[in-house]
Design a binder for this molecule. Structure first.
Ligand SMILES: Nc1ncnc2c1ncn2[C@@H]1O[C@H](COP(=O)(O)OP(=O)(O)OP(=O)(O)O)[C@@H](O)[C@H]1O
Length: 689
């Protein structure tokens, strides 16, 4: 801690002023030296050197401690080796686990190891003895000969041999005396290495490099923080000298630091995510600034830690507040991610579910998306507000459908519009099928062709839980919404839903399951969290429950908005409050853009339905079965196209089939429609048509 305080005073100062030599600025060797001295690289090196110099006494003590601890560790290792500590621990664990087989194996292994070790020692001693019995007499003889005879009188080969032995002995002596000097140094270095701090990272060497030093995060700190979470297997691993494996070492990632850690046996990422408060405290951060989530596997922890205070403050002004138009195919600027990057929220081929506690910014976020859509001259807007709220009033001139209120008429209008969207999908499907090359989905080019009616159609429903829970229209609204969400994406039809209450009773499960973009502002519990972001998100650490009411207003957790597993987004805010209305000017601009492009905004009260093909519908609801009872056919038809078939009776079905030359038949006492008859009628019609 002290390091940080001390450091501030010694922060490098870079003097940029040039020295004037002989009246010529910036010339001469003195100037070059000054420049070099003041260059950022040199200044940094000086800062590091000064920092290390100040730390010298502390480093010395630290090193001495390492040497001492290194010896301790060696002794412990030697003791473990000598007493078969590892194998004994295995045997103990097996006994505790009542695994007699494993225990027997461990004991056998101890016996076998001990035998092998003594055996090896015996072999070495034996070899030494053999060598001594050969070398000693020969050496003795040579020594005697060399003592009693002059070398000149010896046989030449013997004299040469003795010379060689003499030279070798000298070399050995020189090397030994050198080793005697170097050896202790090597020994101390090895001991210090053995006794070093085993947490990874050597950031203490270069700490002044970082201008965010007081919010320092590196592998060392992360290991320390993880080691104090109270997770038993992780603690045991670290206590036994284990080192965490960093598959991605600490690296700058936007306004924070990212690391990926492979957790040891018995520890999962969600165990860490469950102790997020502690982890945040250990890292000296607010909870919101600490994001432990599950990586590719349950045992891999992705940890992103924001720089201190980096997430405070809003996202700033919406980039399109004063100027510019937009192509919805490119997305709408929505906010800033935790990394400080602008999120271009996808609208085309996406559906949104936005939720959170009251007053946290849902409507404002929905408004931002709609403002983006409004600035695309080809986009059509339908807006339904299921409550008495003026949040979207300024959109009225730009929207082709706008209804607001708590009365049943608004719910009815919203359901009718969802029906229309369903019909519109069928029409668009047909139009697409008629285009050259049968494109699979609406593209920008097709959307621009005014005659085709394939332009982006964005339908927003605020407080949608009121609609889905409506006693009369709720069920139908849910069915239709699911259909639009599942199939609308190909046809440029987008559904945006916002709600205060994202529970399974208020929002149909299928809606939650199928929306591509989930946005959660501050939510109360796991149910609301997973209702908006998807099942299992809370468990894996993606939690909007940690967003604080009021303090984090305007900040949300979003999934599906980018390729990342989640984003923490500070949303842009286009104010619409008591006396400030920045929305209307944008809408005015949007209207001008629409006019500039020669388009018109006209209310579309009814969408022309594609003519219904009864025979084809009957064929569809046969679902490949040979015989289907007429009452089942009627039920399936109503499900398939409620508007057309809801009131149909047996007589209607019979009359319609009669037009195609067949009718229901009796089989096992019930009236059925036969697939054969339908097939024949279809082929007859195909032939005649
Ligand atoms: N991105 C933001 N940045 C700053 N302030 C915001 C942001 N979004 C919303 N607010 C503030 O929060 C207030 C409430 O926002 P909003 O009406 O969107 O909330 P809500 O969640 O829709 O509430 P309710 O559920 O009651 O409709 C706004 O009036 C504004 O003051």
């Amino acid at each position: 801690m002290n390091d940080r305080h001390e450091r501030g005073a010694l922060e490098p100062k870079v003097f940029e002023a040039e020295i004037v030599t002989d009246g010529v600025p910036g010339s001469g060797p003195r100037s070059a030296l000054t420049k070099w001295w003041g260059a950022p690289g040199t200044a940094h090196l000086r800062a590091v050197a000064a920092y290390r110099f100040r730390k010298l006494p502390r480093d010395f003590l630290r090193l001495a401690w390492f040497v001492l601890r290194g010896h301790g560790r060696w002794m412990a290792k030697a003791w473990t080796w000598a007493t078969y500590g590892d194998l004994r621990a295995d045997a103990r664990a097996a006994r505790v686990a009542s695994d007699s087989e494993a225990r027997r194996q461990a004991q056998e292994l101890i016996r076998a190891d001990s035998k092998a070790r003594w055996g090896r020692l015996a072999i070495v001693l034996h070899r030494c003895a053999v060598l001594a019995t050969i070398v000693a007499p020969v050496g003795l003889v040579l020594w005697c000969v060399d003592s009693w005879m002059a070398r000149e009188d010896m046989w030449p080969w013997l004299a040469q041999l003795l010379n060689l032995i003499g030279t070798s002995w000298k070399v050995v002596k020189t090397v030994a005396s050198a080793l005697l000097l170097v050896g202790p140094v090597g020994w101390i270095v090895a001991a210090a290495w053995e006794g070093r701090d085993k947490e990874p990272g050597a950031s203490w060497l270069t700490r002044p490099d970082r201008d965010d030093a007081d919010s320092w995060i590196d592998e060392r700190m992360v290991s320390k923080a993880l080691g104090h979470l109270g997770i038993a297997p992780l603690n045991a691993f670290l206590k036994n000298g284990g080192e965490l494996l960093y598959s991605i070492p600490a690296r700058r990632d936007g306004n924070g630091t990212f690391v990926q850690v492979r957790l040891p046996l018995g520890t999962t990422a969600d165990m860490v995510a469950d102790r997020r408060d502690k982890l945040a405290a250990n890292l000296g951060r607010a909870k919101l600034e600490t994001w432990p989530t599950e990586g590719d596997e349950a045992g891999v922890l992705d940890l992103w830690v924001a720089d201190k205070g980096a997430l405070a403050g809003g996202a700033g002004e919406w980039p399109l507040q004063h100027d510019g138009q937009l192509d919805v195919f490119d997305g709408v600027p929505f906010g800033l991610t935790q990394r400080g990057v602008v999120v271009n929220a996808p609208l085309i081929e996406a559906n949104w579910l936005i939720g959170g506690r009251p007053g946290q910014g849902k409507s404002a976020a929905l408004r931002t998306l709609l403002l983006g859509a409004a600035l695309d001259p080809t986009a059509e807007l339908w807006i339904f507000v299921m409550g008495e709220s003026p949040d979207f009033d300024p959109f009225e001139p730009r929207a082709t459908r706008y209804r607001m209120g708590i009365d049943d008429a608004v719910a009815e209008a919203a359901v009718a519009s969802l029906e229309d969207l369903s019909t519109e999908m069928e029409r668009r499907g047909k139009v697409l099928g008629e285009q050259p090359g049968r494109p699979p989905k609406v593209s920008r080019k097709l959307a621009d062709k005014a005659g085709l009616g394939l332009h982006p159609l964005v339908c927003a429903i605020d407080e949608c839980h009121e609609l889905f829970q409506h006693p009369k229209f709720g069920k139908r609204a849910a069915e239709l919404a699911v259909r639009v969400i599942k199939r609308g994406r190909k046809y440029g039809i987008v559904l945006l839903l916002a709600t205060q209450s994202p529970t399974k009773d208020s929002i149909p499960r299928e809606v939650t399951r199928n929306v591509s973009c989930g946005v959660a502002f501050s939510v109360a519990d796991q149910i609301a969290n997973d209702g908006l972001l998807g099942a299992g998100k809370y468990r894996s650490g993606i939690r909007a429950t940690d967003l604080r009411m009021k303090t984090d207003r305007g900040t949300c957790v979003a999934v599906g908005v980018t390729d990342a597993a989640f984003e923490l987004i500070r949303t842009f805010y286009v104010p619409l409050e008591d006396e400030v209305d920045m929305v209307t000017p944008v809408i005015q601009r949007a209207l001008a853009i629409v006019r500039e492009h020669g388009r018109e905004i006209t209310a579309r009260p009814v969408i022309e339905a594609v003519p219904v093909d009864h025979l084809a519908d009957v064929a569809t609801v046969m679902r490949g079965e040979r015989r289907v009872p007429t009452r089942v056919v009627l039920a399936r038809l109503a499900e398939h196209n409620r508007r057309e078939y809801e009131g149909w009776t047996f007589s209607d079905l019979k009359a319609t089939l009669a037009q195609y030359g067949f009718g229901p038949r009796k089989s096992s006492g019930v009236q059925v429609v036969r697939a054969e008859d339908v097939g024949e009628a279809l082929s007859r019609r195909g032939g005649s048509g």
